[in-house]
Design a binder for this molecule. Structure first.
Ligand code: KIV
Length: 282
């Protein structure tokens, strides 16, 4: 399914064409290749890397170097999709210069097409400065995992009128600042629909209902490979953990029993070399 390389403009045009945008996460080249070859339009190197691949308790400890390392790997598996790198906690909040310089590293050193930043009105000036510097930015509002502690935990956002109004204002602010798309995480479906209708750039939902312009999931959740916890909005399209466990125990059992490798999986000697070894012995 590899075709023309997608651009930020193509992603915005998909909203206008009512063509739903498919986004999934990847942290390495071979996984990214699966997504790219199977019609995923945006591959996101999420800072969920921290929990899914690095074993951290949250996304907070993830560093710029870790994100760049994995983004570079993912880049090797992506030909068509738009590649977005997630800026880690405190890589863009300190000041605009640092945000531009760190955002630029995703483009220059990892080959990403764009970056994603969590936050609302407080980061709009930063987003505008990054866009002016030539860095395409995807926003992320609602439940923002990097600051989940400050939000009182991993909770649905925008349930009351005041916070719903704030989220609407944040989406408009980010769109005005020049973001090309916004992730809406864990907000009521009707609020997500209202936000989607109120801005000209695509919304990408995760736990935000069906009216968003696109949907994103963590790939390991969709495939049933991350067992620590499963958010209620996740639909598992495969249950790979038991299959992986089954394959590993089958390998272990065959090695212990001396069944693997059999002749079919060994390099069998040619007749002359066998003769030579026999002669040497003799
Ligand atoms: O880090 C991540 O994977 C994300 C997506 C789930 C939106 O931010």
């Amino acid at each position: 399914m590899i075709g023309k390389k997608l651009t930020v403009r193509d992603i915005i045009d998909m909203k206008n064409a009512a063509d739903k945008i498919v986004v999934l996460t990847a942290y390495d080249a071979s996984f990214a290749r699966f997504l790219d070859r199977n019609g995923v339009e945006i591959v996101l190197v999420g800072d969920s890397l921290g929990m899914v691949a690095l074993g951290y308790e949250s996304t907070v400890p993830v560093t710029m170097e870790e994100m760049l390392h994995h983004s570079r790997a993912v880049k090797h598996g992506v030909e068509r999709a738009l590649l977005v790198g997630d800026m880690p906690f405190l890589s863009y909040q300190v000041d605009k210069r640092e945000a531009i310089s760190n955002g630029g590293r995703f483009l220059k050193e990892a080959g990403c097409d764009a970056v994603k930043l969590e936050g609302g009105l407080e980061i709009c000036e930063t987003v505008a400065a990054m866009v002016r510097a030539g860095i395409p930015v995807m926003g992320h509002i609602g439940l923002t995992p990097q600051t989940a502690g400050a939000l009182g935990g991993y909770k649905v956002q925008g349930r009351d009128a005041q916070s719903a109004r704030r989220l609407l204002a944040e989406a408009k602010g980010l769109a005005e600042a020049g973001a090309f798309a916004i992730v809406l995480e864990c907000i009521p479906d009707k609020l997500a629909a209202a936000i989607t209708a109120s801005i000209a750039i695509p919304t990408i939902g995760i736990g935000a209902g069906a009216q968003c312009d696109g949907q994103v999931l963590v790939s390991h959740d969709l495939l049933g490979m991350f067992e620590k916890f499963v958010p209620s909005f996740v639909k598992r399209y495969a249950d790979l953990a038991p299959q992986i466990a089954g394959a590993i125990t089958a390998f272990r059992d065959e090695v212990k029993a001396g069944v693997y490798p059999d002749a079919e999986h060994s390099f069998v000697m040619q007749g002359e070399v066998e003769d030579l070894l026999r002669q040497d012995k003799g």
